[in-house]
Design a binder for this molecule. Sequence first.
Ligand SMILES: [Zn+2]
Length: 328
Amino acid sequence: MPASGVSPLVYSQARHDRVTTGTLDQEALEALGRSSLARWFLLWRGRPAITEEGTILEVNAEIIGRLSGLDPRPDTGHPAFHLGLDGEAPLHLLDLSALPGRPDAETGKDLGPDLDLPGASTFQDLRGIAYTLEPARVAALAHGMALAAWHGAHPFCARCGSRTRLDKGGRMRVCLSADCGTQHFPRVDPVVIMLIEDPTGERCLLGRQARFAPGMYSALAGFAEPGETLEAAVAREAKEEAGVDVVSCRYVASQPWPWPTNLMVGFIARTGGTALTIDREELEDARWFTRAEVAAMGNSTDGENGFRLPGKDAIARHLLLGWLDRTL
Ligand SMILES: [Zn+2]
């Protein structure tokens, strides 16, 4: 039975203590990064360095000193982020995205910069391997990835257009204009994701977008909008995407999703009816699944009924399998 058990929310398993980012200034946080206890993740254009053994690469301050001097951005160098403390060890991430990549001669796929990293590490997409890695480390890395994504997209002040600088280890940016000086904080984008039950509670509504892997169906989802509660966003998205009226919903769990800075907020919702009006701009298809049909879904289209579950690191899978097992 492929579809059994509740998937752990791997990006939600953070154990590092963030108190240092609130209590220490940038200079003190940089000093933590130079300490012998510091451990650093490396990132290149959204892809973390993963060792040949399939673990997340962590390097010391000495290696970071060498890498930081490589062809840095002229204005800021390679951005470094302080994430917090893992016990006594300060956790940091260095974003090397400014370095040029190199295409694989055979596939054309970009292998990232040629750095001769420890463990024969390469820069890899975290999706697809996250569930095989140590969860607390994945969650810390995801924290750094979201910071890197936001900072990378905000070199200028949104108020006056001047350059900004990173401060507080990445907890904020500050406008460099003496006339402005506005502080900007990394944003988190809340996305509601809801497993919708029919009025009997025995079927659930799943949809697929055209970009999904073949056969994959997942819970409906959408960004919360300004002036809207999360519950209202659940009802609105269900109506917009599938034409169903949500009569109740309850919060289940949330999971950070660092592509780029989302927070997935998971609900189980119930509708008053089953008629569907599918928004074909948003969804390629949506349909009701019985518990037996969900139980027969697989990790690929090789499953019993050809339907594929959401990814092992997705909160949609947690909602779906928890609903199937009646454990949520
Ligand atoms: Zn400004």
